[in-house]
Write a new protein. Structure first.
Length: 407
């Protein structure tokens, strides 16, 4: 049944929301629009726009509204950026946290430098692309305009891998990362691969000039160790390694971290990954870098040894969720930087709240978990001085931020 709805605002997940009834969420709609919708399957879908917002623009991608990767390409940049900043303001307010939120930094740059493509086999066809929103169905794509040009060839290589493994008839996830010296591909979901197929994958990797091809992290072929530049260092990527989504995003986050840590002589970089902050901070400070990913720490240790001119860096593999640094270990630290996964760093925040560390810089990819951790720090005697939203996931509801806390 078609139902006409007036959209009041855009919600935190990117859907238009009506408030003249129990909240109704309609994807791809904007404030002030009057739209016809269909909810015959229990989810509201846009059928027709009866009254269009003056802020609406044409999407730039031919797959938009089918592919689930982007939620917003239909909104002018200025109101879109204001909406993203408002997400941070609203979330902090709901947690009872006062603080000025800086203007949003657009860190899309050249585009995404890593992507996970899905390969599925249906009716004799090999489909490689992204999942539809709230669905396991795959939208096969020929191109993706939000990808960094350094990922040129990623789709062709992924399709070639999927075609080669078609006989196994298993759903595949193909992660592609643009390293400085070529594409790094890790294939997951295939199960054990025969020696003959591994040989064919090796030939495929050479044909598509991949730096490396791995399967579930196990090496299939390496033409050259894939590396990325971080500050003065060149860091070898572990298979499937975490990397900030855009190069501009990493630079923006690191610049804020360095700015907030200015003057600190001894810094703990927690959840440090392969060292995007540690390797830059070490230009002027002694660093203690810790992460639970042993392979990331091994790569960081290699980079430290190979990079001259850095202050001392110690890199340790340690599960900070189960074994956070305690007050005694933090006694001689001037500043702590932490950049946890989406779940946040509750256990570590609790230990920091009980410490005397004068400065904490929090980097977060999840505003909700950040607000929880910030509340812990504030209740422990810290003051929130600055919050800066960073948008490296343009066209989606995802937002990152950097915040500074002082005692």
């Amino acid at each position: 049944m078609v139902e006409r709805i007036t959209i009041d605002h855009v919600g935190h997940r990117g859907d238009g929301v009506s408030i003249d009834r129990p909240p109704t969420f309609v994807p791809f709609t904007l404030p002030g629009e009057i739209v016809d919708t269909d909810n015959s399957d229990g989810r509201y879908r846009l059928v027709q726009i009866e009254q269009k917002s003056a802020e609406r623009i044409d999407p730039f991608c031919r797959y938009f509204a089918r592919c689930g990767g982007c939620a917003i390409q239909h909104w002018q940049p200025t109101p879109y950026q204001a909406w993203k900043r408002q997400i941070v303001i609203d979330t902090l307010s709901q947690a009872g946290i006062d603080g000025t939120v800086d203007p949003l930094i657009d860190a899309h740059g050249a585009g995404r430098r890593r992507v996970t493509l899905h390969a599925r086999y249906k009716d004799g066809q090999t489909l490689v692309g992204f999942a539809e929103a709230a669905s396991h169905a795959i939208v096969a794509i020929a191109d993706c305009p939000i990808l960094d040009p350094a990922l040129a060839g990623a789709l062709d290589a992924a399709r070639a891998v999927a075609a080669l493994l078609k006989a196994m008839d298993k759903p595949l996830d193909i992660q592609v990362t643009a390293a400085d010296n070529g594409l790094d591909i890790d294939v997951r979901g295939s199960g054990p691969i025969s020696t003959a197929l591994i040989s064919q994958l090796s030939a495929l990797a050479a044909e598509h000039r991949l730096a490396r091809l791995t399967r579930h992290g196990e090496l299939v072929l390496m033409r050259a160790p894939p590396v990325v530049t971080m500050g003065k260092a060149s860091v070898a990527l572990p298979p499937g390694a975490f990397l900030q989504a855009t190069a501009a995003g990493e630079e923006a986050l690191a610049a804020l971290v360095l700015q907030h840590c200015k003057g600190a002589k001894v810094i703990a970089d927690l959840f440090c990954g392969i060292g995007p902050f540690a390797l830059r901070l070490a230009a002027k400070a002694k660093i203690q870098a810790i992460d639970n990913d042993a392979k990331a720490i091994a790569s960081l240790q290699q980079a430290i040894k190979a990079t001259p001119g850095l202050k001392p860096i110690t890199a340790e593999a340690r599960d900070l969720f189960r074994r956070p640094l305690v007050a005694q270990e933090l006694r001689d630290i001037d500043a702590v930087v932490f950049d946890p996964p989406r779940a946040g760093a509750q256990a570590q925040a609790e230990r920091l709240a009980a410490s005397k560390v004068p400065l904490v810089v929090a980097v977060s990819c999840n505003v909700q978990s950040f607000a929880r951790d910030a509340r812990i720090l504030i209740d422990g005697g810290y003051r929130l001085q600055a919050v800066t939203p960073v948008d490296q996931f343009r066209h989606t509801p995802h937002i990152e931020l950097v915040a500074r806390f002082t005692r």
